[in-house]
Design a binder for this molecule. Structure first.
Ligand code: ADP
Length: 260
């Protein structure tokens, strides 16, 4: 045939990944890594085998959110992921650096190559879901992931103050150019619930995620409140203790999308 199929690496022969879901955002700080983490936790609780590939090389937050202490280790046939408390397999450059505060001063092509290696050289083993935490925006890494990793679906994370921002639309358009399948849009930080009266305060203005999803013709997965407990548990490296029915519903929708 005309198209060349790359030969499987030793690590890939030892792996079987059923679904790859990339999590994307327009700008940073909207909660992309938090949503990736909680999606992983919810899918795990539903009984799936889950991994997270942290592709946010220059701003990695996954290891901290899960409170990982161990370093990724090299085996004969590839890199072994680090397991979280509940058994989520995680690979991040920060799990390979001597000192997690060291900055990564590499150019785009080197970083993109590294992300590809997280796909080709990691012994992921048996996984129902591999979630990829992309860096924000439409730079080298998201493009390289869409080109070189067989992504089954994309989850877009936005927040109300960024919807007016058009950056998320750029990200959606880029993914569309690569013929990505959209599992849908999550609107994070949509409101805060008053602990005394349970009234919703929409501090960034009216949530518009549902409208934005419709305008871009992608599914709407739902909205999430600002929850100080999530911030606190993430900061403490204990995101796996967090319980939220809203995240579970979003994970169920993603799961349903992946089976269509
Ligand atoms: P991104 O990956 O988009 O840069 P993060 O997931 O790192 O964003 O989130 C940025 C900060 O906001 C973190 O401190 C995180 O704990 C916090 N955060 C994200 N989503 C929520 C939420 N729904 N409620 C409370 N805090 C949140």
């Amino acid at each position: 045939s005309c198209s060349s199929v790359p030969e499987l690496t030793e690590a890939q022969k030892l792996s079987n990944i059923k679904n790859v879901v990339a999590v994307m955002s327009g700008k940073g700080g909207v909660g992309k890594s938090s949503v990736t983490s909680m999606l992983a936790v919810s899918l795990m609780r539903q009984g799936y085998k889950v991994g997270i590939l942290d592709a946010d090389i220059t701003g990695p937050s996954i290891p901290k959110i899960f409170g990982l202490k161990d370093k990724a280790s090299a085996a004969e046939k590839g890199i072994m992921p680090v397991k979280s408390m509940s058994g989520i397999k995680i690979v991040s450059l920060n799990l390979m650096l001597e000192n997690e505060d060291d900055p990564v001063i590499w150019r785009g092509p080197v970083i993109s190559q590294l992300v590809k290696q997280f796909w080709t050289d990691v012994i992921w083993g048996e996984l129902d879901y591999l979630l990829i935490d992309l860096p924000p925006g439409t730079g080298d890494v998201p493009i390289s992931v869409l080109q070189s990793i067989p992504v089954d679906g994309l989850v877009i994370v936005t927040s109300p103050q960024q919807l007016a921002n058009m950056v998320v639309r750029k990200a959606i358009k880029m993914a569309t150019m690569y013929k990505a399948t959209f599992y849908g849009l999550v609107e994070n930080m949509a409101y805060i619930e008053c602990p005394d009266c349970n009234k919703r305060i929409e501090i960034f203005g009216k949530p518009a995620g549902e409208k934005e999803a419709a305008a871009n013709e992608i599914p709407y997965l739902g909205q999430l409140p600002i929850d100080p407990r999530l911030t606190a548990l993430s900061d403490a490296g204990q995101v796996e203790e967090y319980q939220s029915a809203l995240f579970d519903v979003i994970a169920q929708k993603v799961d349903a999308c992946s089976k269509e």
